[in-house]
Design a protein. Sequence first.
Length: 167
Amino acid sequence: MSNQISVVQAFIAAINRRSPREMADLMTEDHTFVDSAGRIESGRETMTAGWDAYFRMFPDYAIRIESILGDSELVAVFGFAAGTYKGKRGCVPANRIEMPAAWRAVVEKGKVKVWQVYADWTEGTRIIAEDTAVGEPAAALDAGRSDHEPAQVSGHAVSRTLQREPS
């Protein structure tokens, strides 16, 4: 097994422990995150804060690896991402999201330089929108949205939490 694959496995293990600090130790200073909608966030400090906020939104988030391939500095991961959205309803079964996903990592000098996720967030967006609409007037439900546009949590949501979390 290549060193790059070992680095990515350690990064995923840190994600599964929901430990932004451990993740930061495995990121390059200029680490770049790309969510499934193509939004980009860069910088180890920025992404450490983003992951911390994401783990508050999905306190049981985890990645399950089905296969992992490496070629030079590039590592591809295929599997599933799952977590329970801690919205208005709390961490209830109705807020559980699980989806097939793939990740592309670029490893440089033993650290993750790029972490990109590929996933279809359609079901997750629906679940979050339903949770967000709990207790809202029927007009908001009829409009199919709430005060928080579901697109704010589409993609991987890590980058979007940065825009909603206080500094």
